[in-house]
Ligand binder design. Sequence first.
Ligand code: URA
Length: 440
Amino acid sequence: MRMYDIIAAKRDGLALTEEQINFFITEYTAGRVPDYQASALLMAVYLRGMSAAETGALTLAMTRSGDSADLSAIPGIKVDKHSTGGVGDKTTLIVCPIAAACGVPIAKMSGRGLGHTGGTVDKLESIPGYRTQLGREEFFRIVQETGISLIGQSGNIAPADKKLYALRDVTATVACLPLIASSIMSKKLAAGSDAILLDVKCGSGAFMKTPEEAAALAEAMVSIGQHTGRKTIALITDMDVPLGSAIGNSLEVQEAVAVLKGSGPADLTQVCLALAEDMLVLGGRGPRESCRAQAREALSSGAALEKLRAVVQAQGGDPAALEDFSRLPSASLCQPLTSPASGYVEAIQTEQAGTASVLLGAGREKKEDAIDYGAGILLKAKVGDYVEKGQPLALLCANSQHKIDAALPLLAASFRLSPQPPALHKLILGRVTEEGTCFF
Ligand code: URA
């Protein structure tokens, strides 16, 4: 079998066989297929798509490319969560502590930023000392002692995805249904939890721009979960506007803490409570209404904040940084973006806002780039807000004027103003389960 023929077949719109997909994944993982051939195949898949059978075969090949975690030594129903990626999406830092505070064991492996979207591992690593790479023993011990551990994808969990994920990030091949579905589900299957909650983002800041595309991705992933014996639910949530006000790693940690203290932005709090409710349902914590009430109680009692503190401490992070934000990385420069006119904020092109945060240093442009944990954007106005001319729309935070100069025009272009108040979007658009898809 030759990689050249596999690329040519997909370029010409043919379906790949299971053998061809297994060959590509095995050989690429072993380093015998160079990045330029893998990139060509990714672009062909991006342009030509994949059938459900090809997507299933790609998922299983990537799952089998490494080890599968056996979490059976941890008692209880382990529930994993995964977001398809968004801007300002710090929900894992809030939802997982809520679920753990309600008794659902969380043994979670998270990812890094991808394209214009942020990643939980980068956010956690902005907490001084926090270790995202733990051995199996320590990972299990922390879940057993504190009820929650949040780590990065280990070297041996779906290594094929790890390599392809980094390659897609820099070859403009991220926003592709079969590549996203197989990337997410291969990791989730290998990570060993009993049930999976998927947060499928939809809108201008998501890889899926319309509710129909988001539902198709959610249905593909729920079907893969169903066929592999994992109870899977997907919530479709809004990403037409950045979630909350903070974009960038340590800024987002601060906002997550604010939500856990009950003083965070309303949109972020609402999405987190909805996700937590479904995690509790999957974790068998009772009927939906009771799960909703338990999630609210974990937030208002401070139990969820206590869980975040516990996991930060257990993984070597500085728990005092969650109280005293001056202990977190920060930017030396902060420059306002001011409104060019008076009016209502009608839209924020969220992918552009995410890319502006990457230009400030909060994400990577090349695989090997280092993150500037203190860099990012603080939104001062969201969709529906009225602003006067000259009033700040956002603050750009970076450690070089160069970076602010590069990001400012992009962020400015992402805001659209209108004399009329805009119609507001729903935050939770729908739910996909094994029983079907329901739009709210
Ligand atoms: N998140 C993932 O894990 N993979 C993707 O491809 C996109 C989002």
